[in-house]
Design a protein. Sequence first.
Length: 298
Amino acid sequence: MANLEYNDDLLIRWLDGSLTKEELENIKNSEDYRDYGKIISEVDSWELPSLDVKSSYSGLKNKLPSKKTITWYQTTAFRLAASIALIALALSYIFLKDSNQEFSAGISETKEFFFPDSSSITLRPGSTVLFNPNEWTATREVRLTGRAFFDVRKGQPFSVEFGESKVEVLGTSFEITSEKNFNEVICYSGKVRATINQQVFDLPEGKGVTYPDLKEPQLFTTAGFWARDRVNFQQAPLSVVLESLEKHFGLSIESDKVDVNRSFTGAFTIDNADEALEMVLETMDIDYEKNGETVTLQ
């Protein structure tokens, strides 16, 4: 086996001890066998120093940069997730406790809506009512801005807040006007209790109370009836009546030359703007000029 050095496979098998007995006998007298045998004997005589695992770990640990231990609940990701969860919980609570629904009527609109118990409200133009349907079975409470007619089914107490005033009923029909400088309550059927400036007024059918700002409330009797196509006023400031005309017909009324603090008692229909202007302004003996949607009082 003079060419053993060229037979890598045979050499590898010899070193890992996988040669057959016959193959091993054939190469023992070769020069390669003697050379590699000396190397292997030398390597086998080497001794490695014993390894102190504990000491080596301590040395390695001292060489590594120090790190701050952070528990899982101190991580930024956890804090962010917790904050989001708390915000979601708070929003859910607010939504359930204060999930108000809104009914509203725009300019030139008179709209009827129904509450969960089939009580109804007819909103005049530019008016809005808020209520919470989630709490309706426990308490029937609404908040009104503007002017509306209510037809209430009998049941739990029904209350309407408007401005600083409040109306309470069981089952009845009534109208409320809540404007900037004027408030009014008229009972058309049943009985209404109106609390105004800490004064309580029990209004039976056909009775009403009006209270312009800075004036004492005044009781009155009405022989009229509520109608969808008719707007009634009882001792209302002219400014309130003119604003109602603007909302119903989309008008712009210039009233700088007249006394808008004068009181008006009467009504106008909502079918025709020209007829409505005549019903109010001629009654008040006020001249006017109408140019498109602009009305100038003289």
